[in-house]
Design a protein around this ligand. Structure first.
Ligand SMILES: Nc1ncnc2c1ncn2[C@@H]1O[C@H](COP(=O)(O)OP(=O)(O)OP(=O)(O)O)[C@@H](O)[C@H]1O
Ligand SMILES: [Mg+2]
Length: 457
């Protein structure tokens, strides 16, 4: 775990010394300064996480030092140390962004608590970033699948998570679970308590992407009004997920490659070199070999990124996972929408399994969500599925013939009929003539079929 660094600023040697001893005992790294000028130099050179700052300093005042620190990096926590009389100054300091203040003479135990709390709350700030990625902190997300492909995927993921291999490239069609896999690795690894930060490289313009990843110094460009940490810095100790890496612009690819060499970088417009410990997981649905041939992706970056390559199979290559996944999503959406759907009707299962799922698991999840919202049954029915999935036989609305797709291995037409008769009866509350109309059948033809399938004696 990363050790927090504290800068103690006080003009009294004895106070500096006792604070230093005390904080070191508690496991912090400590640097000290006797003047405001020294303090500002150390803030730049040492990048402390927290500054204990005496308000009354010779020369440049504590308040001015505070302003300059916040100017330099607003994420640095500053706790003011004030003489008993200096309440007014303390209030002013709080307005300028100080986190808290303690009055002299202070009790060392009390001070330790304030420091701990402040550092925890800044960890919390990173937590917010992490929570934006929507994964619960308690353990890795569920990866559902009974197919051979998913079982061997889980074995590989387990090894990757434990090995701390630093770069992983996840490839697969859209909706195959690339981000899920990235989160699984992160939350199963010993980085789990540290941030997982995702960024979509295709959604951010190239110039902005650089400052998002590496951060910038105030004034580095027109909009750089303050110093800003980049994702690599924020994710120190954790994982950065570079989504849609195949869309990264060439110039940026070169910069990323340089960073990957030794995990060190400069903020834009900055001189100081930072080194961080982050695992990079990148993902793409592009065929990177093709991009390399077309000269839109760097060959050397490709090899750097795919130290561990992971290929996610499309859903149609592992049809045996469709029903387990659908069942999993039913459980999820039952909870979300307060429903009690128990299972999937035979025909619906069949159609779900036959469909080709170009949008893979994401599409399946959306289809199930819609079915749960629209349906009011205990069972998910054929009629709750969208047109492109259901082979419509003779819908009264006159569905275009093209929407019927005979599955390659054929279909049992009797079963289709039986299911349609049952559904027609169900939605019309067993009104036979209405049900017959729904299927464009005369009442006799309908009753004949009801008998055939045992609905009428
Ligand atoms: N094996 C799985 N078990 C359970 N849920 C899954 C599984 N795979 C994917 N999902 C779910 O499917 C959805 C899509 O997954 P994800 O966003 O990870 O895909 P992706 O490959 O990143 O997609 P895209 O290329 O569109 O960004 C998510 O809601 C994810 O939780
Ligand atoms: Mg994704």
């Amino acid at each position: 775990m990363k050790q927090n660094k504290i800068l103690v600023v006080d003009d009294e040697h004895l106070i500096r010394w006792s604070l230093e001893q005390n904080l070191k005992k508690q496991g912090y790294e400590v640097v000290t300064a006797g003047t405001g000028e020294d303090a500002l130099r150390l803030v730049r050179e040492e990048q402390p996480d927290l500054v204990l700052l005496d308000i009354q300093l010779p020369g440049i005042s504590g308040i001015d030092v505070l302003e300059k620190i916040k100017d330099h990096d607003e994420d640095i926590i500053v706790i003011m140390v004030t003489a008993n009389s200096g309440l007014e100054n303390a209030v002013r300091a709080m307005r300028l962004g100080a986190y808290d203040y303690v009055s002299k003479p202070f009790n060392l135990e009390e001070l330790a608590i304030v420091v701990r709390k402040a550092l925890d709350s800044s960890d919390l700030k990173q937590e917010v970033v992490r929570l934006r990625t929507e994964t619960k902190k308690n353990g890795p997300p569920n990866i559902i699948g009974e197919s051979r492909q998913v079982q061997s995927l889980l074995e590989v993921l387990d090894k990757v998570a434990r090995s701390d291999a630093s770069t992983v490239l996840v490839q697969g069609e859209s909706g195959t679970g690339k981000e899920l896999v990235a989160k699984w690795i992160h939350y199963s690894s010993n980085r789990a308590e540290k941030p997982f930060i995702a960024i979509n490289c295709a959604a951010v313009p190239a110039t902005l992407l650089e400052s998002e990843l590496f951060g910038h110094e105030k004034g580095a460009f027109t909009d750089a009004k303050a110093n800003k940490k980049g994702l690599f810095e924020l994710a120190d100790g954790g994982t950065v997920f570079l989504d849609e890496i195949g869309d990264m612009e060439m110039g940026m690819q070169a910069k990323l490659l340089r960073f990957l060499e030794d995990r060190s970088f400069r903020r834009i417009g900055g001189g100081r070199v930072f080194t961080v410990d982050v695992r990079i997981i990148s993902a793409t649905n592009k065929d990177l070999h093709k991009s390399i041939e077309e000269k839109s992706f760097r060959n050397d970056l490709y090899y750097r990124l795919q130290v561990i390559p992971i290929m996610l199979p499309s859903l149609r290559e592992r049809k045996e996972d469709i029903i387990p996944l659908a069942t999993h999503f039913i459980g999820l959406f039952n909870r979300d929408f307060n429903k009690k759907v128990q299972g999937i009707a035979g025909m619906a299962q069949r159609m779900l399994t036959e469909y080709s799922w170009p949008g893979n698991i994401r599409e399946l999840k959306n289809v199930i969500e819609r079915a749960i919202i629209l349906g009011n049954d205990d069972t998910l029915l054929l009629e709750n599925l969208p047109l492109e999935i259901v082979a419509k036989t003779s819908a009264p609305s006159g569905a275009p013939a093209s929407s019927f797709r005979l599955p390659p291995e054929g279909i049992d037409i009797e079963e289709v009929e039986r299911e349609l008769i049952r559904q027609a009866l169900e939605v019309t509350e067993w009104n036979q003539s209405k049900a017959a109309k729904k299927l464009s059948l005369g009442i006799d033809a309908f009753r004949y079929r009801m008998k055939k399938f045992g609905y009428l004696k």
